[in-house]
Design a binder for this molecule. Structure first.
Ligand code: ZN
Length: 166
């Protein structure tokens, strides 16, 4: 399931709709390369079957969209007052590098929660519906581009379909 070569926006979020994200993907020629593999550009889709990701996602094989932080933005809202999914507006998008950091100002009052699953490895999830959303390493080695791995299954259905077309 490759990412299409053309410019596109991918949308997704948690199951209750309290956490929403957007990935703004430039055309292929403008995408950064993997630092160790010059035939791979970001964003890329990866599978993982390590014990840590298996437990965190509840999936024997987890799939991730590996995204440079600069392409990812997030909007957050307080927990819904009822138990069903909400279509309420979440407000404006914030850069991932600030909004997804533990106890960020943008996350105050939202359902975004953090779990440090191993040293320097932080996962985010929704405290209302329990959906795992991202994984990130803080800090990365100096000079490396900050990345987030987004749980692929949290993409909206129409955007998963967009990936399947290629
Ligand atoms: Zn949620």
């Amino acid at each position: 399931m490759p990412v299409p070569d053309h410019e596109l926006t991918l949308n997704g979020g948690c199951n209750c709709g309290s956490i929403r994200y957007r990935v703004d993907v430039p055309e292929l020629a403008k995408r950064p390369y993997h630092p160790a593999k010059q035939d791979i550009q970001f964003p890329m889709i990866a599978t993982d079957h390590c014990n840590d990701c298996r437990k965190a996602t509840g999936s024997v094989i987890s799939m991730w969209l590996c995204v440079p932080a600069t392409m990812l933005s997030v909007r957050l809202r307080p927990a819904p007052t009822d138990t069903i999914k909400t279509t309420q507006d979440c407000g404006s998008y914030h850069p991932s590098m600030t909004a997804l950091r533990e106890n960020s100002a943008e996350s105050l009052g939202s359902t975004l929660r953090w779990y440090v699953s191993s040293p320097q490895r932080t996962r985010t999830f929704c405290g209302h519906c329990g959906t795992n959303v991202t994984y990130a390493i803080f800090p990365l080695p100096e000079g490396d581009q900050q990345m987030f791995e987004v749980v692929l299954g949290t993409l909206d259905r129409e955007d998963i379909s967009e990936l399947r077309k290629t």
